[in-house]
Design a protein around this ligand. Structure first.
Ligand code: CP
Ligand code: NVA
Length: 314
């Protein structure tokens, strides 16, 4: 019997049980198959998703809006200047008011606390579309993509090399939960938060995954099935860009570094990418790269997620 996830929030992947993550993958794969076959799936007919964006977005915005539409509902884009938040209305009141109008809220925010406040005060499901701490929807899409390529997730090794940021955090939580080993290589001062490492290790103890953090990109890349990276300066860190570009040079994913991975390694990046910074053009545009499959799967994974969280009463 399908798990009932109606009304649940998604703030971080640590909040989901392994079975719930598997249920999302199952629903996503099913909706993807039906979409490719031209079959309509109006499981959220008449529902509305409010999409709050405090930061720019290509993939998250388009995949959520197209996704809810393909499920029979409507997406409402609410950019930085569209709400009274800018004029001092609280997140609490925004959550309460939106809950009277819509059936789900997706939010991309600066502070992760804003996601937690939305979760606390909204009476409809809240989905984190990226915060300074985590980006769970991206990792749901990433794990779906790896499953399509490799069949089984458990026992694979991911190397995340670069900034210990929101992507590093979510990948650690996602990999630990499904039993994938993850080795994060980041310079001193830019490593993942200790609290997230602890959460990941908690989940890893149940699945047998190894969670390693190092400063050595070669050690991380060694024998990896997947090499993953992200921008060196995230949204909101633009003023640190040049300082970071100098500091992160040894962490660039290029032919020299990928030579330490398995022969058939996969290269992944959440995008947007900066060729010549965190990854060479040769790697991201080369035969191991699956970055556009990942981007496409944002659509399918989020449709599975929305269908489960926002479904009708049965
Ligand atoms: N990967 C990702 O979230 O991309 P956007 O910033 O374009 O949404
Ligand atoms: N770490 C990046 C991810 C973008 C999808 C950022 O937060 O800007």
């Amino acid at each position: 019997m399908a798990l009932n996830m109606k009304g649940r929030n998604l703030a971080t992947l640590h909040d989901l049980a392994l079975e719930e993550m598997q249920e999302i993958f199952k629903a996503s794969a099913d909706l993807k198959r039906k979409h490719k076959a031209g079959e309509a799936t109006p499981v959220l007919k008449g529902k509305t998703l409010a999409m709050i964006f405090q930061k720019p977005s290509t993939r998250t915005r388009v995949s959520f809006e197209v996704g809810i539409y393909q499920l029979g509902g409507t997406g409402l884009y609410l950019g930085p200047n569209d709400l009274q938040l800018n004029r001092g209305e609280t997140i609490e009141d925004t959550a309460r008011v939106l809950s009277r109008f819509v059936d789900g809220i997706m939010a991309r925010v600066f502070s992760h606390n804003d996601i937690l406040t939305l979760c606390k005060h909204a009476s409809v499901p809240v989905i984190n579309g990226l915060s300074d701490l985590t980006h769970p929807c991206q990792v749901l899409a990433d794990l779906l993509t790896i499953t399509e390529r490799r069949g089984e997730l458990k026992g694979l090794k991911m190397a995340y090399i670069g900034d210990g940021n929101n992507m590093a955090h979510s990948l650690m939580l996602g990999c630990a939960k499904v039993g994938m080993h993850i080795s994060v290589a980041a310079p001193h001062g830019y490593q993942p938060k200790a609290e997230i490492v602890e959460w990941a290790r908690e989940d890893a103890s149940a699945t047998g995954a190894r969670v390693e953090v190092t400063t050595d990109p070669v050690a991380a890349a060694k024998n990896a099935d997947i090499i993953y990276t992200d921008v060196w300066a995230s949204m909101g860190q633009e003023s640190e860009h040049s300082e970071r570009v100098n500091l992160f040079q040894p962490y660039q994913i290029n032919a020299g570094l990928t030579a330490h991975a398995k022969k058939d390694y996969l290269f992944m990046h959440c995008l947007p990418a900066h060729r010549g910074e965190e990854v060479s053009a040769e790697v991201i545009d080369g035969p191991h790269s699956i970055v556009f499959d990942q981007a496409e799967n944002r659509l399918h994974a989020q449709k599975g997620l929305m269908a489960l969280l926002m479904q009708n009463e049965t």
